[in-house]
Design a protein around this ligand. Structure first.
Ligand SMILES: [Zn+2]
Length: 165
């Protein structure tokens, strides 16, 4: 790392310690050229590129706000939502990218939300994917019906005549 004082192209780490519950590392460095000391901080980057082109750090809280709205009146508790936001962050981090399009965050929310509550999922998808007509809803519902999920298996087995035999 370049010395911020004399621009010497190397510096030596004299101390290194975890901060913020170990999610960040702070290093004390010394320039071998001018002897000045300075600090650096290392963080696992996860920035979101907004539609405007601006970037901001990923925020679980923002995921929660969006999903909480979609879940209003649904049998979903706060723990479920916190877990969902955690899964979204893990999915995004597992891409290994430092910057992710806001749209991909929306996509990463859809799958776990569908598992959590299909009505909330439809609400969220209708806004996020700009459903414009009943046909859009019908198409999505048809997809939901076609997808295997634990909820659906339980409810369809009640109606399905072949399971009674
Ligand atoms: Zn220096």
């Amino acid at each position: 790392m370049i010395c911020p004082f004399c621009r010497h192209d190397d510096s030596r780490v004299v101390d290194s310690r975890p901060v913020e519950d170990g999610t960040q590392i702070r290093r004390r460095r010394e320039c071998p050229e001018c002897g000045q000391r300075f600090s650096t901080q290392e963080v696992a980057l996860l920035n979101i590129i907004k539609r405007s082109g601006a970037t901001e750090p990923f925020s679980r809280e923002k995921v929660l706000v969006g999903v909480r709205k979609a879940c209003q009146g649904r049998p979903v508790n706060e723990d479920d939502l916190v877990l969902l936001a955690q899964r979204v962050e893990e999915t995004l981090r597992s891409t290994g990218q430092a910057e992710i399009e806001a749209q991909e965050v929306g996509m990463a929310i859809l799958a776990p939300l569908r598992e959590l509550d299909e009505v909330a999922y439809l609400r969220y998808a209708s806004v996020y994917r700009n459903f414009a007509s009943l046909e859009d809803f019908e198409g999505e519902i048809a997809l939901l019906r076609a997808l295997p999920s634990s909820n659906k298996v339980a409810s369809s087995s009640k109606k399905s005549p072949e399971n009674k035999a």
